[in-house]
Design a binder for this molecule. Structure first.
Ligand SMILES: [Cu+2]
Length: 122
């Protein structure tokens, strides 16, 4: 009796979760800088394109520097509901990292890291 109830519960859970997880939460489809790109400094335009609309006020772009300090970058207003844009200014040559976290309109949070390098000044 208990086992049957448990099985029914687990089955309901699986069927309940499958359509939800299959929904299009925000997956990054393109970025500038691209992962592992070497870009000129000191100012770097940042653009992240997602496969779906995102809740911009609740999305974050964090910039982590060669010395491991981090700062939140202000997200620019763009007309595209699936794009986050900002500008990182005054970056010294070295290894940097963008850490993004977005809330998609389906209520799911996704996050990721984009490492990139600012090239030494010519
Ligand atoms: Cu989702």
């Amino acid at each position: 009796m208990f086992r049957t109830a448990l099985l029914a519960f687990v089955t309901a859970l699986l069927f309940g979760l499958t359509p939800d997880t299959a929904e299009a939460h925000a997956i990054i489809i393109a970025s500038s800088p691209a992962p592992k790109a070497v870009v000129p400094g000191p100012d770097v335009a940042v653009k992240l394109d997602f496969n779906s609309r995102i809740d911009k006020p609740r999305s974050i772009i964090e910039l982590i520097g060669p010395d491991a300090t981090s700062q939140h970058l202000p997200i620019s207003d763009t007309s595209d509901a699936g794009t986050l844009a900002t500008e990182a200014k005054g970056l010294a040559p070295g290894a940097w990292r963008l850490r993004w976290q977005v809330l998609s309109v389906d209520g799911h949070i996704t996050r990721g890291d984009i490492p990139f390098t600012v090239a030494p000044a010519p």
